[in-house]
Design a protein around this ligand. Structure first.
Ligand code: FAD
Length: 531
């Protein structure tokens, strides 16, 4: 850990190891700033591992006229795809059309249409969807992703899982991303560029000390306390951004955060093709059904007010029933609680723009600097996984007013760790890895290349057989991989490994996870004793 003193302060101290904190840390470290980052849990342990995992423009935000956000996100999809073709990939979204589809009555577009065409009574007409998709296709200047197409659902693979009343659909492009791996790769790259990343380290208090911040932290595992000094504080606490402002640094700020919980359910695989569905409800909301981890389908999300960031978000029985009922308005074969194998839930830390409903609150980000009482602090509100890199660039613009940086924006076009291969080169890389390590077989090789990209070979080293990778923990997880995750990716516990660095928790039994945890604990203890 980098030791700071009042005479040798860091340039930046970042609170929060979610996508925004890690994205800012990476960008700043790459511009020569000295950076410390503290995350009270595991990296991405809060919202940034609980998203729908889409690099998307956000089609529905067009109805809220959030054109700036949609445009920035659409452009960003391809920038990100190129930088990380292992953990992100293009996806086609099938949007079945039916005349029962309704607007969320709050949206500016629905209000305008209600005035101009009162006979539509809140209906979301097909021509309006087509117009939205036209904008979606053209706002962001696509080069990789194909544009919108119309689709018959009669006798097609896309129509087969749906009720026969759906006869036609639109199909458009967005992208998938492994959200928690994205965070870890940003943290790793920040570290490689000189940043100090401290996980399981909670910021308990920070106060201005003349032109510096004096920051107190507490190690969540050992209870050890430490003091750090920095020229500028970055509050990327996500759902805790308000808690940090009011409780940890006593800032007299009136900025507010609105916490909106979103839950997902994961079911057994519900259909046989690789496209996603975009379902519109009669309540004006939308949900996605997405092929997930080869054998599963991911369905979400909900919008529910969530008051207390310290209350761990869970998918309530009501939210689960809502998602099941929503999906059952579309799928020919109804699903029930019995089909649900896992649920997860996250809290959106949205900037409080005074919108009346959770669905209507802005998804755009807001950056506020407070430098009035001495050393500056930057508070980060809102944002999307998709716009994290642009958010970091905007943050660095503000940071540059207070801290010397040795270069301008640099992250567009620079590969993330393991992402240094062509955007269409994934299959070729899987083939190369499968040939070199023939004992893996296709499914295992694919999983490793998806997770580690070109670094899969570094992880596998000279292995000639599965036995060379050490103990097998189940579901193709081996000692070699776990050691990689502990050494390179800040993993401390089995939960970090099976729910955030991988999603093998869907396949491992409770006994296997607990055996992994025991093994990791004793390895950690041995490593700590050796230090
Ligand atoms: C249900 C849902 C679906 C979503 N889907 C998408 C999507 O498909 N695409 C998309 O682009 N975006 C999506 N988003 C939005 C996106 O996930 C969030 O905007 C983003 O993850 C927020 O990242 P963050 O870094 O601000 O917050 P977080 O990931 O919550 O990170 C904040 C971190 O700060 C830490 N912290 C807080 N206080 C302290 C302290 N005192 N000391 C140390 N650490 C502290 C926390 O432990 C936490 O890890 C979705 C969000 C939700 C909830």
């Amino acid at each position: 850990m980098r030791k700071t003193t009042p005479d040798t302060p860091a340039d930046l101290f970042v609170i929060g190891g979610g996508i925004n904190g890690c994205g800012i840390a990476r960008d700043a470290a790459g511009r020569g700033a000295s950076v410390l980052l503290a995350e009270m849990g595991d990296l991405a342990s809060a919202t940034s591992s609980a998203s729908t995992k889409l690099f998307h423009g956000g089609l529905r935000y067009l109805e809220y006229l959030e054109v700036r956000l949609v445009r920035e996100a659409l452009v960003e999809r391809e920038v990100l795809l190129r930088a990380m073709p292992h953990i992100s990939w293009p996806m086609r979204f099938v949007l079945p059309y039916h005349r029962d589809m309704r607007f969320e009555s709050e949206t500016p577009i629905s209000k305008m249409l209600g005035l101009a065409m009162p006979w539509m009574k809140g209906r979301r007409p097909a021509w309006l969807i087509r117009m939205g998709l036209f904008m979606y296709d053209h706002l962001g200047g696509r080069k990789i992703l194909p544009g919108t197409a119309t689709l018959s659902l009669k006798g097609t693979k896309e129509g087969a899982p749906l009720q026969p009343r759906f006869e036609r659909a639109y199909e458009y492009s967005d992208c998938w991303v492994e959200d928690s791996r994205l965070v870890v790769l940003n943290a790793r790259d920040a570290e490689a560029r000189g940043a100090t990343i401290m996980t399981r380290t909670k910021v308990t208090h920070a106060q201005r000390d003349g032109a510096l911040w004096r920051i107190e932290t507490k190690d969540a595992e050992t209870g050890a306390k430490a003091t750090h000094y920095a020229k500028m504080l970055i509050n990327a606490g996500g759902p805790w951004v308000g808690d940090v402002i009011h409780d940890k640094i006593d800032l007299p700020s009136r900025e507010g955060v609105r916490l909106v919980r979103g839950s997902h359910i994961v079911t057994r695989r519900l259909y046989d093709h690789d496209k996603c569905y975009f379902f519109q409800g009669t309540d004006g909301r939308i949900i996605f059904a997405i092929p997930y981890e080869r054998d599963f389908t991911l369905i979400g999300t909900t919008d529910a007010e969530h008051k207390d960031p310290d209350r761990r978000p869970v998918c309530t029985p009501e939210e689960q029933a809502y998602l099941i009922n929503f999906a059952n308005q579309y799928f020919a074969q109804s699903i029930s609680d019995k089909d649900v194998v896992w649920t997860y839930s996250g809290v959106r830390p949205l900037y409080d723009d005074g919108a009346s409903s959770a669905t209507a609150a802005t998804r755009d980000y807001t950056l506020k600097v407070d430098a009035e009482g001495g050393a500056p602090v930057l508070n980060v509100f809102g944002g999307k996984i998709t716009t994290y890199r642009r958010l970091a660039e905007s943050a660095l613009e503000k940071i540059g007013e207070h801290v010397t940086l040795n270069s301008g924006p640099w992250t567009a076009g620079v590969a993330m760790p393991g992402g240094d291969f062509p955007v269409d080169g994934f299959d070729a890389l899987v083939q190369a890895v499968s040939e070199k390590y023939s004992f893996l077989g296709e499914v295992w090789a694919r999983r490793l290349v998806r997770a580690y990209g070109t670094e899969a070979e570094t992880l596998l080293g000279e292995a000639k057989s599965a036995a060379d990778l050490g103990r097998a923990f189940g579901a193709t997880l081996t000692e070699a991989e776990v050691i990689w995750l502990m050494r390179q990716e800040f993993a401390r516990t089995a939960e970090d490994v099976v729910w955030r660095r991988t999603k093998l928790g869907l396949r491992l039994s409770e006994e296997e996870i607990s055996a992994l945890d025991g093994w990791m604990t004793s390895r950690r203890e041995r490593a700590d004793a050796a230090e």
